[in-house]
Design a protein around this ligand. Sequence first.
Ligand SMILES: Nc1ncnc2c1ncn2[C@@H]1O[C@H](COP(=O)(O)OP(=O)(O)OP(=O)(O)O)[C@@H](O)[C@H]1O
Ligand SMILES: [Mg+2]
Length: 310
Amino acid sequence: MDIAIETKGLTKIFGRIIAVDRLDLKVEVGTVHGFLGPNGAGKTTTIKLILGLLKPDSGSINVLGFNGGGQRIDVRSRIGYMPELPKLPNFLKGRELLEIYSEIYGLSGMDKVNEVKRLLELVGLRDRANDLIGHYSKGMQQRLGLAQALIGDPDLVILDEPSLGLDPIGMVEIREIIKKIASEGRTVFLSSHLLNEVQQVCSHATVINKGMKIIEGSISNLLEKLSKPNEVIIELEKVTPEIIKAIRDLSFVEKVNWIGNKAEIFCSKKGDFRADISRAIINAGGIITGMRVEERSLEELFIELIKKRD
Ligand SMILES: Nc1ncnc2c1ncn2[C@@H]1O[C@H](COP(=O)(O)OP(=O)(O)OP(=O)(O)O)[C@@H](O)[C@H]1O
Ligand SMILES: [Mg+2]
């Protein structure tokens, strides 16, 4: 197992704020690794430390097998980076921007032309390559930012909130491009505050809050850890003490919240317990006027997890 990024005890302090707090991060080569956390969790700061744009207060960083990470120029040249909300020069055309960056990476002549063409096609901007960046939509600018990050054939691509501010279609487009980047064998490390986004594009994820790691693992593993049994909502014609007792006595029932004739039943196991619940209610002489299963979204579970560790 080769490691693309490894930090140990990584810490960055800004005055009174501990932006990154003893962070142990491990990103395997060839994975798409999501770096998940709410606003202010320390994602951008961690990325800047990895890139060598900031110096840590303590801890170690190893990137692509070298200590010190992006502080070494030979390591930095193997990393593609798209900053959070990339600010691209409005007065250039999309093609010009990619040509200039290609030249910085030492490409010229047909090599440069071909590389720019390949990237424009990859991000779906071939037809708009000769328009000014200032005339691009946000989604197009973001896609150009992705193309920019891919110049120089990087082994590791770091994307800071690649779909920030995009509509659902724009987000899908970015996701498709990320999948293509990964299929070329590059390691992708991307930050996001959206669990749903990470879930759809990443194979692994690390969740942080207040600079500290909360949980990490493969997506399937995380979903398993995060997933909780369902909640059943019932509505009755009339509530009696017998019914309340009958529901409470069910072995899988963990907690019940009664609100008038309605109840939220929290189950301690996974499964569909509607039949068992209705049987218990009917046996206790009740009449059910409504019943539905409330599945908690992963987004909600993510928020719950973060609150719990606060
Ligand atoms: N240059 C700086 N000077 C002072 N404080 C900073 C600096 N950069 C970041 N911080 C603080 O460090 C903490 C982490 O910020 P960071 O930008 O890394 O979070 P983030 O996870 O990227 O958040 P977001 O999702 O909003 O982009 C915040 O409290 C922020 O205010
Ligand atoms: Mg950020």
